[in-house]
Design a protein around this ligand. Structure first.
Ligand code: TEU
Ligand code: CA
Length: 559
């Protein structure tokens, strides 16, 4: 694996709508982000990914783009964006945008023109088919519920494909003209000084053609899009072309949102010269999920979490650099998911931070994670905005769940858990806005907020600062960034531990991933130096270290 400029960095995801509102309209914006750059710099964030801020009706919160060449006025202007890029550069930080090109918005000019003339040039930018008996050509179920086919406005005999929401018509990547439009747009942004892109839902760009049915897997008579994706071949041709035509000339940083990749594809995806710089590890986020919907999805135990992370480490090994997360804007809060119920507290949150952050790969922090922000206890489905949560609520009810059970599934998995406003202060609206926030603030902001944590040296926030500094410390970077990864005590329940090794040194990351204390042996009878500890001390016994509940230590082992 070749070393890259971004390997030693720390990445941070901003969900602009919920980060910081500068003008009191209840919606976070670019000036809000600019006002917090010093905060992010101090945290140790180097690469900032912004979820979409392009012109959009926000049906899927910006993942439905109506103009790729402009900023939605609710977020700001192009001048604000240029300012953000420049202000970030001044601080040696990089801005990464979201690249949403599997689909656009039904309010995009291309789609409007396609509706005016389905047989014309823009009709060929989409998948437009004839309806038969009021139905589209195949039985795929869209990710957000219902069939993937929707009548084409103005043409009741025709329909268009949308694997996500009906306001997100799929772009036809088989059409070279469409691909050319996309590459031109990417280069336009990179020319503005952008460092790269997070690439949305990208494996969906390759469809199995001609359209055909797959086995029905729910009572709605439809079949999950996954069935089609598993069979689709040739996405690499598109990805390779996009890399060569758009990313490579700029040495852009790209991170793919890739689900369900085949193991043999890893070298092509993230190996040297691969389609992407990196891709997210979703092994733990998809664990326990069910094609039946959230009501059937299971939780994940600490041991299962560890095994997911370790399996990815083993699979990726020397091939490339994976991107590690515990949450993002599509997932519940990591501390609510990966820490057993009732046990989320500053110590356990710091422990989780330690173990995911120091495995091999690029560590990502999702906004608010560094404060230990938690899931929301929604009291009714009316409090939920997200289209995917609303669909999953309906699916649960249709599958026989009671409203309370359905709401419970939403509480566990709703994307809105991560989308509530950033908790800046203990003041009104958590200091996010002077107006009315677009989504209700999590009521725990009086306990969990940035201002209070900044004052408390023992806070989760300060712990994250220590973590980013440790990984970037020149004395340890060779090991923590590029060093090898070896599991330690993998067969012991309630433990997540591993060694990071380089020619220079060996570092042991060891966590007691349970409420009860336990004694954990060190590799040999080696001496050690404590580099990080989420407790004030660590007890030694002849058998090893006696770790408190959720205690995590990072030790440099003496050779
Ligand atoms: O997410 C893709 C997405 O919805 C996945 O979780 C999907 O279910 C997966 O492919 C299943 O294996 C991205 C964005 O992150 C999300 O916010 C958007 O809603 C979505 O694309 C549509 O743009
Ligand atoms: Ca605003």
């Amino acid at each position: 694996m070749k070393k890259q400029w971004w390997h030693g960095k720390c990445a941070y995801q901003i969900y602009p709508k919920s980060f910081c509102d500068s003008n009191g309209d209840g919606i976070g914006d670019l000036q809000g982000i600019i006002s917090k750059l010093d905060y992010l710099k101090d945290l140790g964030a180097d690469i900032l990914w912004l979820s979409p801020i392009y012109v959009s009706p926000l049906a899927d919160q910006g993942y439905d783009i109506a103009d790729y060449y402009n900023i939605d006025p609710r977020f700001g202007t192009l001048a604000d964006m240029d300012e953000l890029i420049a202000e970030a550069k001044k601080r040696d930080m990089d801005i990464v945008m979201d690249l949403v090109v599997n689909h656009c918005s039904d309010e995009h000019e291309w789609f409007r023109k396609a509706c005016e003339d389905p047989d014309g040039q823009y009709g060929k930018y989409f998948y437009i088919e004839d309806m038969k008996d009021g139905k589209g050509p195949c039985n795929w179920r869209s990710y957000f519920g219902g069939p993937v086919w929707e009548p084409l406005p103005g043409h009741p005999d025709k329909c268009y494909l949308h694997v996500f929401h009906k306001k997100q018509p799929d772009l036809n990547w088989e059409n070279p003209k469409l691909r050319e439009e996309i590459y031109t747009m990417i280069r336009w942004w990179l020319d503005r000084g952008l460092a790269g892109f997070r690439i949305d839902a990208i494996l969906n760009i390759k469809k199995v053609l001609p359209f055909k049915d797959y086995p029905v897997d729910r009572e709605d008579g439809l079949s999950s899009v996954h069935n089609m994706l598993h069979e689709a071949k040739g996405v690499g041709d598109f990805l390779g072309e996009m890399r060569d035509r758009a990313f490579a000339p700029y040495d852009a940083f790209t991170v793919g949102e890739v689900f369900d990749e085949k193991e043999e594809d890893l070298p092509a995806f993230i190996g040297d010269g691969g389609y992407f710089s990196s891709m997210f590890d979703f092994a733990e986020t998809v664990f326990g999920s069910s094609e039946n919907g959230w009501q059937d999805a299971g939780g994940i135990t600490p041991d299962q979490y560890r095994d997911c992370v370790f399996a990815t480490q083993k699979k990726v090994d020397q091939i490339g650099f994976i991107s590690n997360i515990i949450e993002n804007h599509d997932e519940p809060r990591g501390v609510s998911r990966y820490i057993p119920e009732g046990d989320a507290c500053p110590a356990s949150k710091k422990m989780l931070a330690t173990v995911y952050f120091l495995v091999k790969g690029l560590p990502w922090i999702y906004q608010g994670q560094e404060l230990g922000m938690e899931n929301v206890h929604f009291s009714s489905i009316e409090e939920v905005d997200d289209i995917s949560s609303i669909d999953n609520y309906r699916v649960a009810i249709e599958a026989g769940a009671t409203p309370e059970e359905a709401l419970d599934a939403v509480r566990r998995f709703s994307r809105d858990n991560a989308r509530t406003p950033f908790q800046w202060t203990a003041g009104e609206n958590a200091g996010f806005t002077t107006g009315t926030p677009w989504l209700r603030v999590n009521p725990n902001y009086t306990e969990i907020n940035q201002a209070d944590e900044a004052k408390d040296p023992d806070s989760v926030l300060h712990y994250y600062r220590r973590l980013t500094r440790l990984r970037k410390d020149p004395a340890y970077a060779e090991t923590l960034v590029w060093g090898g990864f070896t599991p330690w005590l993998q067969d012991r329940p309630g433990v997540m531990a591993y060694l990071r090794t380089s020619e220079k040194q060996t570092i042991l990351v060891m966590a007691n991933y349970q409420r009860e204390p336990q004694v954990l042996p060190l590799p040999e009878n080696s001496g050690y130096k404590v580099l990080l500890n989420n407790y004030s001390s660590v007890k030694e016994t002849p058998e090893g270290l006696a770790l408190e509940g959720y205690q995590a230590v990072v030790l440099e082992l003496e050779k």
